[in-house]
Design a protein around this ligand. Structure first.
Ligand SMILES: C[S@@+](CC[C@H](N)C(=O)[O-])C[C@H]1O[C@@H](n2cnc3c(N)ncnc32)[C@H](O)[C@@H]1O
Length: 313
């Protein structure tokens, strides 16, 4: 059963507010509503007239939000939209010109603690892992359809799992007998390759679960697709803030911001510019911001968070 109230603690909340600097006549987009913590802070800081459009692929998160923000929805200050930020441009009203946009990517603690969703290796559940349970194949279906090599690539690339090949091989052996359908099946497979040592801080299945989740939700390609659409939805002087939790995601954000801040993105081998690209962004965080020791002490999830912000020119 999903929790009635959110258990998610928003990451880098003060830093997000500092960069977005909400004002009372502003429009803000929260592309990853989750538990609604950032949305709540944006609504408060932009009171009495500021507006927020919040998006999430997960209907359960939005239903929780509908109960939490009854008044703000009724007065038109908050609009909740169901959809994938991969298609942000078509989800938002035409000609949206927002003062700020936030992407706080990955999964929420609400999803992790919902035993039925299959994100957590600690609880027995169907191996699903989709942010939107009606979109695309589940983790169990992926493990049925993909080749041993494709599974190994996913575990190695998204989970940095050194034993990716051995785990993939064991998955394929297992599924020859019966399909991998539950979190318990996958934990059994991983621990048969990497037995759990009592001195280990991280459970051996952590990397495998993370990698599969990223693959199931196409998280890297969704981010790549969303960034230019987010920029298009900003007014001049509006800011984009992205919080990521994985080095591959942070690299996508960093390289995209760097390119959008340049007047030419031709490869160095091209002597005269042929791309015609003009800078549309000014990067405002020289280095990514990370959580303070104080924040990580009450929210360990914040440890891997990196925040980058930029301003539309
Ligand atoms: C880290 S949580 C956001 C938490 C939120 N900022 C808060 O303070 O409560 C990430 C949320 O983004 C959603 N999400 C992740 N990828 C998405 C995508 N491609 N499209 C739409 N929502 C997505 C997840 O369903 C999840 O609810």
């Amino acid at each position: 059963m999903p929790q009635m109230e959110t258990v998610h603690i928003s990451v880098l909340l003060q830093e997000t507010l500092r960069w977005l600097n909400p004002r009372s006549d502003g429009l803000y987009i929260d592309a990853t509503f989750g538990g609604g913590g950032h949305t709540a802070a944006l609504l408060k800081a932009s009171a009495p007239n500021g507006r927020v459009i919040a998006v999430d692929a997960d209907k359960t998160a939005l239903q929780r939000g509908e109960r939490r923000f009854v008044a703000e929805i009724a007065t038109g200050r908050l609009t909740l939209l169901h959809g994938n930020f991969r298609s942000l441009g078509s989800l938002l009203p035409p000609e949206t010109a927002a003062q700020g946009i936030l992407l706080d990517i990955g999964l929420s603690s609400d999803q992790l603690s919902d035993a039925e969703r299959g994100f957590a290796f600690q609880t027995e559940a169907p191996l699903d892992m989709r942010f939107d349970p009606l979109a695309g194949p589940s983790a169990a279906e992926l493990l049925t359809e993909l080749s041993e090599e494709e599974i190994a690539d996913i575990l190695f690339t998204y989970g940095e799992e050194r034993h990716a090949r051995a785990i993939a091989k064991r998955i394929v052996q297992f599924r020859a007998e019966h399909p991998v359908t539950s979190t318990g099946d996958l934990v059994k497979i991983v621990t048969s390759v990497l037995p759990r040592r009592h001195d280990e801080k991280i459970h051996p299945a952590t990397r495998t679960f993370q990698a599969l989740r990223i693959a199931v939700n196409g998280e890297l390609s969704a981010l790549r697709d969303a960034l230019p659409q987010a920029l298009n939805a900003l007014t001049a002087g509006g800011r984009i803030v992205v919080i990521s939790f994985h080095s591959l995601e942070d690299r996508i954000v960093k390289e995209w911001m760097r390119d959008e801040a340049k007047n030419c993105i031709c490869p160095p081998s091209v002597p005269v510019c042929v791309c015609g690209h003009t800078a549309r962004l000014k990067i405002v965080t020289k280095r990514p911001e990370t959580a303070s020791n104080e924040e990580t002490s009450f929210n360990p999830r914040a440890r891997s968070a990196k925040l980058r912000a930029a301003e539309r020119i």
